[in-house]
Design a binder for this molecule. Sequence first.
Ligand code: TRP
Ligand code: SF4
Length: 400
Amino acid sequence: MYTQRVLSGMRSTGALHMGHYHGVLTNWVALQHEYDCLFFVADWHALTTHYDTPDAIEHHVWEMLIDWLAAGVDPARATLFIQSRVPEHAELHLLLSMITPLGWLERVPTYKEQQEKLHEKDLNTYGFLGYPLLQAADILAYRANLVPVGEDQVPHIEFTREIVRRFNHFYGREPGFEQKAENAIKKLGSKKARLYDELRTRYQEQGDDAALEAARALLNEQQNVSLGDRERLFGYLEGGGKMILVEPQSLLTKASRVPGLDGQKMSKSYHNTIGLREAPASVTKKIRTMPTDPARVRRTDPGDPEKCPVWQFHLVYSDDGLRQWVREGCHSAGIGCLDCKQPVIDAVLKEQAPMLERAKPYQEDLALLRSIVADGCEKARKLATETMRDVRQAMGLSYS
Ligand code: TRP
Ligand code: SF4
């Protein structure tokens, strides 16, 4: 099977916290074993809302990349890059803007929502309106099939699909091309179909030119294939073929299980976070001082875990035995809140220790980090360049 491509990005607007780790990053780490993964820092997207504080962006970019590596994203498996280092995103954004109706952008729910939420900022800008289109360009430049995102981002993926359909309507291939090509393969008969699939995979995944030649020869030998099917099979073989942009699907990321220190969702704007690479002493202090069931004013007052944010942490980190100990000890005032918090502190520190360890080499040697990212940017750029060649041609811009 042709390996599906996964692409996702994160805006570089601040240090990542344990909510990001449990929500997004553990998911990325799992995906990198199954798919061809591209992960990038969306620094241009950061500018759409933080255009007035450009100084902070660079620092956030490198820190975010270290956070990813610390979480276990493996540069040997996934391609890590920075959006602004691949100017093809901007070119595709521009070209797609030609066919993007203003109303589509104005109707994306995040547009009004974010403007209202960040009302202290002037987001009546061209760049902010175009946010989802830039995101579409990010995805389409790589012909990504799957885009892991949180629920709030699903409308952006849906918007991307609509843009693809509109693009294909103006410049692309026949509707249902892929299905028609698959049907045409079946008509070859099972043995030849299998051979065609194998050769196509070898060509598309490894760029094996001999496989391409062999597949072409196979098609040329076929007597009883209709002209239309021949066209489709030749086009499908080369992947690019007639298929210029690909409709992506969202891969919904489950919300993080880790609550914030106050029991609300962990979020920078609530000031209730534990940093992904926060120093152990600081993590310890934050948990030791976090609020508990307000009924437990004195050590001798009984409490109720259901009314306590610490309990939410036990639900994430503790086994049944420990939870039983908490429930009994809390209701009977048999344990104090600091006793109750200690296993949580231990568990969080234990989870973070390997992350701090993995981050070390990059913190100590920024050149190492830069070279990994430079490789990633180069790889990404190669892929995006291929797509842009097809897009320019389809839009009548391939003069030479
Ligand atoms: N808008 C995304 C977010 O805020 C970040 C992002 C930018 C993105 N480009 C992307 C995510 C492309 C997935 C694919 O989370
Ligand atoms: Fe919360 Fe634990 Fe204190 Fe009960 S004993 S109030 S669960 S911290």
